[in-house]
Design a protein around this ligand. Structure first.
Ligand SMILES: Nc1ncnc2c1ncn2[C@@H]1O[C@H](COP(=O)(O)OP(=O)(O)OP(=O)(O)O)[C@@H](O)[C@H]1O
Length: 231
C-alpha cells in the first residue's frame, strides 16, 4: 500500500498536491496535460526530489527521507537509460548488483528475466544492435530483476509504434500481475490507462486526484478529465 499523505511539491513556482492511498497490487495510470507534474510526482515517490511537506509511506512506513536506492521501488525511464557499451546481460545485471558479480542464483534469475521478456537469444548484444522494442524489453527486464514491489513507469514505450507499445504494455500488465506488484504509470494516452490500469488519477491544475476505477472514470469523466480529453 502506497500512501501519499498531504504531499505538497513545489518547484520554481510550480505546486502539486497529492493526498491518497493506493492499495497493493493495483496498477495506477497518471494521466493529464503536459507540464502538469506527472513526472515530478514519480520523482518524489522514487526519492529523486524532495516534497516541501507531507509524507510518502509504503506499507505504513515513512520512506520520505530514504535515498532512492533504499526504497522498495524501481523505475523505468522514458529513454530506457541503457548503457551502450554494455551487453544486454550486463545492462540487466546492473539491476541486481552494480558491480555485476552475480552468483549462480542471480545469474539464473537474470536468465529467467531475459526469457520472460523474450530476449533469451540476444544476451550478448549491445543496445545499438537491438531494435527500439527490444531495447525497451531490456529496460523492463532490468526493472523486473530488481524485484521491488513498487514499479514506476514514466511514459514507457512512447518511442515505439502503437502495436509494439500495446504488446509491451500487455507484457508489463501480465508481469505485474504475476509478481503481485503495485505500479504507477505516467501516460498521455487514455487507451494506455484503459489497457492496463485498474485505477486512474488525473494530474491537472496543481492536484493529483485520488485513484478511481479506470473504466468508470472514462465512462463518466469529471470536468478536469473532460478538459484534458477535449470532450
Ligand atoms: N527540476 C525542475 N526544476 C524546476 N521546475 C521543474 C523541474 N522539473 C520540472 N519542472 C516544472 O514542473 C512542472 C511539472 O513538470 P513535469 O515534467 O512533472 O510535468 P509532466 O506532467 O510530466 O509533463 P509531460 O507530460 O510533458 O512530461 C513543469 O512546469 C516543469 O516546467
Amino acid at each position: 500500500m502506497l500512501t501519499l499523505e498531504k504531499l505538497e511539491i513545489v518547484l520554481d513556482g510550480f505546486t502539486l498536491n497529492a493526498d491518497f492511498t493506493l492499495e497493493q497490487g493495483r496498477n495506477l495510470a497518471l494521466i493529464g496535460p503536459s507540464g502538469a507534474g506527472k513526472s515530478t510526482l514519480l520523482n518524489v515517490i522514487a526519492g529523486f526530489l524532495r516534497p516541501r511537506s507531507g509524507r510518502v509511506l509504503w506499507q505504513g512506513e515513512d520512506i520520505t527521507d530514504l535515498p532512492p536506492g533504499q526504497r522498495p521501488i524501481s523505475m523505468l525511464f522514458q529513454d530506457n537509460n541503457l548503457f551502450p557499451h554494455l551487453t544486454v546481460t550486463q545492462n540487466i545485471g546492473l539491476g541486481i548488483r552494480p558491480d555485476l558479480r552475480l552468483n549462480a542464483a542471480e545469474r539464473a534469475y537474470l536468465h529467467d528475466a531475459l526469457e520472460r521478456v523474450g530476449l533469451a537469444g540476444m544476451a550478448g548484444r549491445k543496445p545499438g544492435q537491438l531494435s527500439g522494442g527490444q531495447q525497451s524489453r531490456v529496460a523492463l527486464a532490468r526493472v523486473l530483476v530488481q524485484r521491488k514491489p513498487l514499479v514506476l513507469l514514466d511514459e514507457p514505450f512512447s518511442a515505439l509504434g502503437p502495436a509494439l507499445k500495446h504488446d509491451m504494455l500487455r507484457l508489463v500488465g501480465d508481469l505485474m500481475q504475476e509478481i503481485g506488484g503495485t505500479m504507477l504509470m505516467v501516460s498521455h494516452e487514455p487507451e494506455d490507462a484503459q489497457m492496463i490500469a485498474d485505477v486512474t488519477s488525473v494530474v491537472a491544475q496543481g492536484t493529483v486526484t485520488a485513484p478511481k476505477p479506470t473504466a468508470a472514470l472514462f465512462e463518466n469523466p469529471p470536468k478536469v478529465l473532460r478538459d484534458y480529453l477535449g470532450t
